[in-house]
Design a protein around this ligand. Structure first.
Ligand code: SAM
Length: 298
């Protein structure tokens, strides 16, 4: 039995459907086919260029991801956990490990790192967070915590890792902080950060082991690293935000309200600015308005 697609059927079809053509028509057809071929090859080389460009952008993105994220372990208590953290970093291509006032690194730290041993070997050590921030000129600081605050705890209103990943600008220098095994990060350390990230967990036991928490956050950051910021919508720099916050501070200070209300107002403003990931142009426009408001009030 002959089935559709069998050679005999196809050949028969070709014979039956090939039309008779004049020499002029043949010439025209040949010309058309040559220009189609040329267009096709032009199209192909454009497509290859696009692919190459995409690949380059992906490589740049990956490099920024690897170079600009500093994973900061604050006052780690158990050297083995440094190793576990380094291993997790290696899984997601991260390499900058920063240890703030760490314990002595015992062989356990290197052993637990397995293929991430080089990360422990190259870890940067600082006596305090401030010294690290100053030395690396960090643009954006992220605190991680298992104890997310309610809406009244202004410093601890968190983003989920996925939300963080969607908005983060990895062209900035970013510090991602993990806290002590026993006490986590202090309120001051969280307060000094631009934003706070918390992994949603069962409220009866919200605290994850540090390297488990790190794995979830790294994964969310990693999976979006091939997505690019839309041109013209680049996030404002830390300096632009600083100026904006300074103008808001000046404006709030002209108000006749109690100090604690000023402090809360400013903290709320900072939270909104950092969560919103405003663009440079937006920061500039808003800053102009704040300045005019202040001038009007004076
Ligand atoms: C063992 S936990 C610290 C526990 C500490 N008792 C506390 O209250 O924060 C060590 C670190 O892991 C990270 N971590 C733990 N659970 C987390 C979660 N649910 N979301 C985000 N980070 C978490 C935080 O950086 C935390 O400081």
């Amino acid at each position: 039995m002959i089935k559709i697609g069998d050679a005999a059927v196809s050949e028969q079809k070709v014979v039956e459907t090939t039309p008779v053509t004049s020499p002029e028509e043949e010439k025209k057809a040949e010309k058309k086919s040559t220009s189609t071929k040329k267009a096709k090859s032009r199209g192909q080389s454009l497509a290859i260029k696009d692919l190459q460009q995409n690949k380059k952008e992906e490589d740049d993105e990956l490099n920024s991801f690897k170079n600009n994220i500093y994973v900061v372990f604050v006052e780690c208590e158990t050297p083995g956990n440094i190793g576990f953290l380094a291993r997790t970093m290696a899984n997601f291509g991260l390499k900058n490990l920063v240890l703030i006032n760490p314990p002595k690194l015992t062989p356990e730290a290197y052993y637990q790192a397995t293929h991430g041993k080089y990360i422990v070997e190259n870890a940067l050590t600082y006596p305090s967070l401030d010294e690290f921030y100053q030395s690396k000129r960090i643009d954006f600081k992220i605190a991680s915590t298992g104890i997310a605050g309610g809406s009244y705890n202004l410093s601890r209103i968190p983003l989920k890792p996925e939300q963080l990943s969607e908005s983060i600008n990895i062209n900035n220098k970013i510090a991602l902080l993990f806290g002590r095994e026993g006490d986590g990060l202090s309120n001051k350390e969280i307060d000094d950060c631009d934003i706070c990230v918390s992994i949603p967990t069962d409220p009866t036991y919200p605290i994850l082991n540090i390297s488990h928490a790190a794995a979830i956050i790294f994964y969310e950051l990693f999976k979006n690293k091939h997505e690019y910021a839309v041109e013209g919508l680049e996030e404002s720099s830390s300096l632009e935000k600083e100026y904006l916050i300074k103008d808001m501070t000046d404006l709030i200070n002209t108000l006749d309200i109690p100090e604690h209300k000023k402090k809360n107002g400013l903290k709320t403003f900072k939270n909104i600015i950092n969560r919103a990931f405003i663009t440079g142009r937006e920061a500039h426009t808003f800053k102009g308005i704040l300045r005019r408001l202040k001038n009007k009030l004076e």
